[in-house]
Unconditional design. Sequence first.
Length: 206
Amino acid sequence: MVVAAALPLVAEYGAAVTTSQIARAAGIGEATIFRAFKDKDEVLDACVAEAVGTDHVLRELATISLDEPLDVRLTEAAEALRAYMERMGTVVGTLHASGHLRPGRGGPGGREGRDGRDGRDGQHGAGSPPDARAQSFLALRDGVVELIEPDRDACCLSPEKVATAFLGLLFTRLHTPAPGAEAPLSSEELIAVLLHGSLKHPGSDR
């Protein structure tokens, strides 16, 4: 509850957010925060762990209906992953800019996970070591593979390769374009390129 209330405040104020602001947003007394967390830094580290962790987005992917057509399934997945990446980038970027995330301090990859084990699956992201990021990518890939699996026989490549290509296109799309550059692909355009390529088919307008 504390972390959920803190996340939007951290995204807005970075390390300057106060525990009194967090308490008001959570609808609790400020002293209650310190029953669960040692200090504000520990609250901020928990916010980073939540922002970069993949558990939430994997649950979203798991709710996508396999009865929908493949392009609809992947479009919904692209939107869920886009929101995840934007949330992670905002929280991590704001805390880094405000001085909370520094080389050598705790946080993802620098202290134990929330369950007391270092390197728990589903709790790694951009702020984690390379091995943790690889685990995170594989978890996301496997979540997308499950969405593709019902159409395995219709695909020229394995669902694993299609999912890897999907994530590659998606993560490239999320980079901020240079001034004057083409707008990034929409989710629908990305899925169309992934499933149908970029060449027009004879007799079609696409």
